[in-house]
Design a protein around this ligand. Structure first.
Ligand code: CO8
Length: 258
């Protein structure tokens, strides 16, 4: 499939999506988000793949939703047009793990998109922020909801209310990103993590993703119950038999995704 605002490729068992509107620092417009959703669903449906990486350019993962488009919107345009819900959250339907590899700016909708991924690996050049307040709007794709869950109320309030950016080190200390790497190693690190994941048992990987996400949407006792059910169901898989047998035979497992 050919796209105008993103580039896609596969590297072994990993699907890579690069946001590609360099002149606008990958500002997220309707067409880009539709293409991103289509590419994500296509990779998710491809049984040869086990993990997906979303990245941007050296200068910007994405500098937010496209302000030049939003500037012309009125209430009915966004309400009736289902701005955001129409095509921004397709990523939430993806069962395979999605890693955000972030260099440069991840602002507004760009930061929100990164937070919709399963984890973020940041280049030391990355800058995160929710600058919407400076435009006279509130974050609209989860910034006020996912950020406090990731970095604490204090840090989320600070970022959303002042609109300031935080650098990669601060983001790592705050728990927003899982690791910070040198900018020229960003894709190597993200791909290495993705390949590691893609070599695991894919049904088990999907269960882990689902189970960790439950931690954000249920009480602890409900989440624990859900995890227990997932754990028990692993014992119905051939991959559990293979994983434990391989350990005892001191060899790498050969998972069949069964
Ligand atoms: N939208 C449209 N164009 C943009 C955006 C953007 N978000 N960000 C940058 N650009 C464009 C600039 O206008 C400029 O274009 P041109 O060359 O034609 O003038 C080009 O990209 C390069 O940008 P700068 O010259 O400004 O580059 P600098 O290095 O000087 O500055 C910054 C980089 C600091 C990132 C600066 O561009 C900036 O502040 N950008 C805006 C950041 C921002 O406010 N983002 C939040 C947007 S609001 C939002 O995301 C709401 C999300 C709601 C949910 C999602 C719904 C879809």
């Amino acid at each position: 499939m050919s796209y105008e605002n993103i580039l896609t490729e596969t590297q072994g068992k990993v699907g890579v999506i690069r946001l590609n509107r360099p002149k606008a620092l990958n500002a997220l417009n309707d067409q880009l988000m539709t293409e991103l959703g289509e590419a994500l669903l296509a990779f998710d449906a491809d049984e040869a793949l086990g993990c997906i990486v979303i990245t941007g350019s050296e200068k910007a993962f994405a500098a937010g939703a496209d302000i030049t488009v939003m500037a012309g919107y009125n209430y009915m345009d966004v309400f009736k047009g289902e701005f955001i819900t129409r095509n921004w959250e397709t990523i939430r339907r993806v069962r395979k793990p999605v890693i955000a590899a972030v260099a440069g700016y991840a602002l507004g909708g760009g930061c929100e998109l990164a937070m919709m991924c399963d984890f973020i690996i940041a280049a030391d050049t990355a800058k995160f922020g929710q600058p919407e307040v400076k435009l006279g709007i509130v974050p609209g794709a989860g910034g006020t909801q996912r950020l406090p869950r990731a970095v604490s109320k204090a840090k989320a309030m600070d970022l959303c209310l002042t609109g300031r950016m935080m650098d990669a080190q601060e983001a790592e200390r705050a728990g927003l990103v899982s690791r910070v790497v040198a900018a020229d190693k960003l894709m190597d690190e993200a791909l290495a993590a993705a390949i590691t994941i893609a070599d695991m048992s894919q049904p088990v990987v999907a269960m882990i993703k689902d189970s960790v996400n439950r931690a954000y949407e249920s009480t602890l006792s409900e989440g624990i119950k859900y995890e227990r059910a997932m754990f028990y169901s692993c014992f119905a898989t051939e991959d559990q038999t293979e994983g434990m047998k391989a350990f005892m035979e001191k060899r790498p497992p050969n998972f069949k995704n069964q």
